[in-house]
Design a binder for this molecule. Structure first.
Ligand SMILES: [Zn+2]
Length: 651
């Protein structure tokens, strides 16, 4: 009812202005998802008669993998660009609903968002945006920021009390796009979404391009006349982000590195089923020089001792299903004790640059193993790497191989003969293949075509049924690795409106933009008991896979950054695995699956020093896996709390 009133008022106002003022500015931005063109944002800005303010109207519209996403937004400002009204309705991404309206009178804002209404007192400087869309609202936010003394922190609504956006001017870029020299001012905006975005304004203050993330992957907007500059913007944005991560790394240095010894901790090495009490781990130049009970280990004289009495040391954790599309993941993962991740599809240029910065130790982050995404062709395809013929399959596999990717990730629209061609070429080059079971193929067909791993547990039916038992036997016989992403299913499948904290306490510690996103996630029309019974069906299959000897590896598909890794491990214990077996699913089992178990996955002499120092023992209670105090990544020991704080999480 309230909504209808707002629409009528704006509609009348719009008609009135159309008569008196032509648009002072209008623009069309081409929208891209992981560089694939998928839609447009069109905006008009007119001057408000009388008071010299502005009114922006924007239509944001794209289609991703067959799903239409539309958002309509209006922003009205005073002459000094201070917002007086903002409304946005629709979706900003496939599963992100937006329905917010803000009216401002003096320092009081009436905010209707997320199904509630609140009156909030605004600080002297503020702006109204609700996520990255429409980009034109962020453009006006930058103009406001420039006109109002460039404040260090700009509060944005909705999202109070503490949605603080940090804007930095990064200088002028000179580029040649479509044969034309353009001068663009580059800005970094941190906090409209979780993490940093890059926006470019031209000399008139018009938005030239923006790079952000949607649904966890990269999302690019480029003004239509600059469309051919997409690759230039991606490259410039990537370099900006890697430089940011290097800066975070400098500001969050390792507490210990080189040669030192962890003394007095309980060691769960993931080899034995019993812990070593009062243990010692000697670390030298990134490797475990020795490990064992205190009396059995010689500590070279002069070795710096780090007292970890009362703590528990476990191998560094793995996340076998991530999309590490922004630098903020790097400190988050280390803060969560995750020292190796497998990326399951990303922007090629960005993820390769991120990996290289971590390998070169210019940036701290988990080891990054890469699976290159390939989809079939057509309008509903995902990403920009396709294979519809065997020759295309060879070319795209070679491109990933040459860039050092370990795996190929098959996506849903690849046809059966092309799955076979991709797998044959990948195997020939020493790579393995993971991914989705393509549309129209069975698990058996996909594995017979050569897939080595499967993502997302695509097994229907009940554990113990004849059909499921046969499928599990087939997977065991083919040594197929499964990453079941049960924490993701739980997060998206939980009853909408039921609190996420009931199963994921980590949500209380994440930055406000992520918190709003996930607090609004969930499945409508499902009660808590039904949602839980769906999770339990999946967990019974996980348990049956594990019991049959199918390697189960912990993966999140992102979820609540860092915290979902812990939840995935907890869910395996709920499934019936012992705490040690669940820990192994996030350490040695993935190391074997990626053929890196000679180097990683357990706490043994000679392996890389990837370790987590916990405040309590996860074998006593698996939830202790959340209590990360220190993370040792390739021999460098980081304070977990400092890592979390470096990207605006609470430790
Ligand atoms: Zn994924």
């Amino acid at each position: 009812m309230k909504r209808a009133v707002v629409v009528v008022v704006l509609g009348l106002a719009g008609v009135a202005w159309q008569d008196r003022s032509a648009p002072v500015e209008r623009g069309t931005l081409r929208l891209h998802y992981v560089q694939k063109p998928i839609g447009t944002e069109r905006y008009d800005i007119v001057t408000t008669p009388g008071d010299g303010g502005l009114q922006l109207t924007a239509d944001f519209d794209f289609t991703d993998r067959g799903g239409r996403v539309q958002l309509a937004a209006t922003l009205r400002t005073a002459a000094d660009l201070t917002p007086v009204h903002f409304s946005a309705k629709g979706k900003s991404y496939r599963f992100v609903n937006v329905d917010s309206a803000i009216d401002i009178a003096g320092h009081i804002a009436t905010v209707r968002a997320d199904g509630g209404e609140a009156r909030v007192t605004l600080p002297a400087q503020f702006y109204t945006v609700d996520g990255y869309a429409p980009f034109a609202a962020q453009m006006l936010m930058l103009r406001y920021w420039k006109q109002h003394g460039r404040p260090r922190v700009l509060t944005t609504v909705p999202g109070l009390p503490s949605n603080d956006v940090i804007i930095e001017a990064r200088g002028r870029d000179e580029a040649t796009i479509a044969g034309r020299a353009v001068a663009l001012d580059r800005f970094v905006v941190d906090g409209v979404v979780w993490g940093r975005e890059t926006l470019w304004l031209d000399e008139r203050g018009s938005l030239a391009a923006a790079i952000t993330r949607a649904g966890g992957l990269s999302f690019e907007a480029v003004r239509e006349d600059l469309e051919s500059g997409l690759a230039w913007f991606v490259d410039r944005g990537t370099r900006d982000r890697i430089a940011d991560l290097e800066e975070i790394t400098r500001r969050t240095p390792a507490a210990h590195a080189g040669t030192y010894a962890l003394l007095g901790g309980t060691i769960v090495d993931a080899v034995r089923d019993r812990a070593i009490a009062d243990g010692v781990v000697v670390i030298r130049d990134g490797r475990i020089a020795d490990v064992g009970p205190r009396g059995a280990v010689t500590i070279p004289s002069g070795t710096q001792a780090v007292d970890v009495a009362g703590k528990t040391i476990v191998p560094g954790l793995w996340d076998m299903h991530t999309h590490m599309t922004q630098i903020e993941w790097a400190p988050v993962y280390l803060g969560a004790g995750v020292t190796t991740v497998r990326d399951m599809g990303n922007e090629f240029e960005f993820v390769a640059a991120l990996r290289d910065a971590i390998v070169a130790k210019r940036a701290a982050g988990p080891r990054l193993l890469l699976a290159g995404l390939i989809d079939g062709g057509g309008p509903n395809a995902f990403g920009v790497y396709y294979a519809a013929t065997p020759d295309e399959a060879k070319r795209v596999v070679a491109k990933y191989h040459d860039a050092g990717f370990q795996q190929i990730k098959i996506y849903s629209l690849i046809t059966p003969p092309i799955v076979e061609a991709i797998c044959a070429e990948a195997h020939r080059l020493g790579m393995t293949v993971t991914g989705h079971i393509p549309t129209g193929m069975s698990i058996e067909q996909a594995v017979s075509a050569g897939m080595d791993h499967i993502a997302h547990l695509p097994i229907r039916g009940e554990a113990g049924s004849e059909e499921v038992t046969r499928t599990i036997g087939f997977l065991r016989d083919h040594k197929t690795v499964m990453d079941p992403t049960q924490s993701w299913n739980e997060l998206l499948g939980h009853a909408a409106g039921a609190p996420v904290t009931a199963f994921q306490p980590g949500i209380a510690k994440i930055p406000p933009p992520l918190n709003r996103l996930f607090s609004n996630a969930g499945t409508a029309g499902v009660d808590a008991a039904t949602a839980r019974s769906r999770v339990e069906r999946g967990l019974r299959i996980v348990n049956a896979l594990h019991a049959a000897g199918v390697p189960v590896v912990a993966g999140t598909d992102e979820g609540i950054p860092g915290h979902s890794v812990h939840r995935e491990i907890e869910l395996y214990v709920e499934a019936g695995l012992t705490p040690l077996q669940a820990l192994q699913a996030a350490t040695i089992v993935p190391a074997r699956a990626m053929k890196l178990d000679a180097e990683l996955g357990t706490i043994e002499r000679g392996k890389r020093a990837d370790l987590v120092v916990l405040d309590a023992n996860p074998l006593d209670d698996i939830r202790n896996i959340r209590r990360v105090r220190w993370t040792v990544s390739d021999g460098r020991m980081y304070d977990a709390a400092a890592l979390w704080k470096s990207v605006r999480f609470q430790p």
